[in-house]
Design a protein around this ligand. Structure first.
Ligand SMILES: [Zn+2]
Length: 90
């Protein structure tokens, strides 16, 4: 997935600049307890299917190192949404 400025985020391009992208996990508060239970189970079993269960609760927020745009990918969201900082938009 490319940023609005053309920067290729690492998650989609393994030749990207790993250390420059700030990335954060996003978990819906409505299912946070379910996420925690799934995470504990996955840590105990180390099973791939349990780890996959955890990943369905987790989205990401990435900050582009080139232009500062924020990309939000909601858990199981269809496509990410991009936000600019107030004052950056033309
Ligand atoms: Zn960018």
């Amino acid at each position: 997935m490319k940023c609005l400025c053309g920067y290729q985020f690492l998650r989609d391009d393994m030749t990207g600049k790993k250390d420059e992208v700030q990335s954060f996990a996003v978990i819906d508060e409505a299912v946070y307890q379910d996420f925690l239970k799934a995470e504990i189970k996955a840590n105990e079993t180390k099973a791939v299917e349990d780890e996959a269960m955890v990943s369905q609760y987790v989205g990401t927020i990435d900050k582009c190192p080139e232009c500062g745009v924020i990309r939000i990918a909601e858990p199981e969201g269809e496509s990410p949404v991009f936000y600019t900082r107030q004052g950056d938009a033309e």
